[in-house]
Design a protein around this ligand. Structure first.
Ligand SMILES: Cc1ncc(COP(=O)(O)O)c(C=O)c1O
Length: 454
């Protein structure tokens, strides 16, 4: 394999050590050291016996790396250097959502499950009208506000129905903003396609670009044909199935911009002021299933169509502080813990830097596999959260793909199967997936390549 350092890693390596948001705490090293470590890893290891147990895990990303490394087994906080045999037996969850949760969060949940903060009842048993739950939901909401620096003119609400519920809630709430009942949609993968299909049930949908033959790129925004009479422009920031991610906010010439940010929520900072509505299911980067965060600008409240069910109406939910009906109390509680963990880890600025490095570790293996691993998405549109790939050719060698998944399972790496609609393999690199997890996968991919190169 030809060994060269990906430019993005090289650039990161030249940054000063005290990278924003991961400033060394208590004299410890910071992300700069991690990046140097990864670069060393990439340049140094080039032999068939290269394996994940002979390189140290990176220092400096204390919360994101060491404290949260293991889903099971002893904590390695005190020894972030060499891997033990126990480490090798750990199960790594690369699931697409529901997905891995930080270990410290799971421990906290375990405690609160029997007796929430000494109240004497489980967090699962608590009334949503109780003062204890009021604290939970307020803290969770404040953390969303804080981590995304949400402007005062927007509300954060927690709703049910998942991301799919929002596919219809968005048009029900917003398509009436203009009389034509028309929406502009960008379709770059399976999830934005579903969003457009749902909107068609109640209005006219204009796909702003020619239909794509395959979901492997974002059509150039300069070519988008926006309809000035459309009530809003809708897109998905990260296509979980196809691995296509926007690394920019499209300029929609002042139109109301709506995005489904479900699978890269809080994996980087977002300028919320550019959006009318943002929504995200929690089960990928910020918690467990069935709670969806909706951030909606105040001036967009009150335009819902009469047929919009009250539970889906943003104004109703905002007016009732997300307690119009019984909310998903447990999922809101879990989200609060995960947000706290993200905050303590350096916030969205830190998760972004970590995501860049983690995804580059996998892209590096794919890019240097001489076509053994195939990931057809244009380099500038590649996702840092979900990497779907095939083995052998664009359709994938079925037998090799199966062998890869079987072997991965033997090495305790779970949920690497591609989405049922596209097959192949997919890894998700959400916030709770650590450097060490990725290191293990990257080493496995490299060894598998060396054993099976066609
Ligand atoms: C980007 C995106 N949007 C929406 C959804 C649908 O979410 P839900 O299953 O919560 O309805 C998903 C699910 O994976 C997704 O990845």
């Amino acid at each position: 394999m030809e060994e060269k350092i990906p430019p993005i890693l090289r650039n990161l390596c030249h940054k000063p050590k005290n990278v924003d948001g991961l400033e060394a705490r208590k004299g410890k090293k910071c992300l700069g050291a991690s990046v140097q470590w990864i670069t060393r890893l990439i340049t140094k290891r080039n032999t068939p016996d290269w394996s994940y147990d002979d390189v140290p895990i990176p220092f400096g990303t204390k919360n994101l790396v060491t404290r949260t490394t293991h889903a099971i087994g002893p904590s390695r906080v005190s020894q972030p250097g060499r891997h033990t045999i126990d480490t090798l037996r750990q199960v790594v969850n690369f699931g697409l959502g529901p997905a891995k949760l930080p270990h410290s969060v799971l421990l906290e949940i375990q405690k609160d499950l029997l007796n929430y903060k000494g109240v004497g009842i489980s967090v699962l048993e608590m009334s949503h009208r109780s003062s204890n739950f009021a604290k939970i939901i307020n803290t969770t909401e404040n953390l969303v506000q804080e981590l995304l620096a949400i402007p005062d003119n927007s509300k954060v609400i927690f709703v049910q129905g998942g991301g799919s519920g929002q596919f219809i809630a968005v048009p029900l709430n917003l398509i009436g903003l203009k009389t034509g009942r028309c929406a502009d949609n960008v379709v770059t993968g399976a999830w934005s396609a579903k969003g457009a299909e749902e909107a068609k049930k109640i209005g006219t949908v204009n796909i702003v670009h020619p239909k794509l033959g395959s979901y492997t790129k974002i059509p150039d925004p300069n070519t988008w044909n926006l309809n000035p009479d459309a009530s809003y422009v809708y897109y998905c920031t990260n296509e979980t199935v196809h691995g296509v991610e926007f690394d920019f906010i499209p300029d929609v010439k002042g139109a109301v911009l709506v995005c489904d940010i479900s699978s890269n929520f809080l994996s980087k900072p977002v300028d919320v002021s550019k959006f009318g509505v943002i929504f995200a299911g929690a089960q990928k980067n910020v918690g467990s299933p069935r709670v969806t965060v909706v951030i909606v600008r105040d001036d967009l409240l009150g335009f819902a169509l009469w047929e919009c069910p009250s539970v889906l109406e943003y104004k109703v939910q905002a007016g009732n502080s997300s307690l119009y009906n019984t909310p998903q109390c447990f999922s809101i509680y879990v989200m609060g813990l995960v947000l706290e963990w993200i905050k303590n880890s350096g916030g969205a600025a830190a998760t972004e830097k970590v995501s860049i490095v983690k995804s580059q570790m996998i892209y590096y293996i794919i890019g240097n596999s001489q076509g053994f691993y195939v990931y057809p998405v244009e380099p500038e549109n590649r996702s840092k959260m979900n990497i779907p790939f095939c083995i052998g050719n664009a359709k994938g060698e079925d037998a090799l793909g199966k062998r890869f998944l079987d072997k991965a399972l033997e090495h305790n790496m779970l949920s690497l199967k591609g989405h049922r609609s596209v097959g192949g393999i997919r890894t998700s690199l959400y916030n709770a997936v650590t450097f060490e997890d990725i290191q293990k996968l990257a080493a496995f991919m490299k060894n598998f390549l060396q054993m099976h190169q066609l």
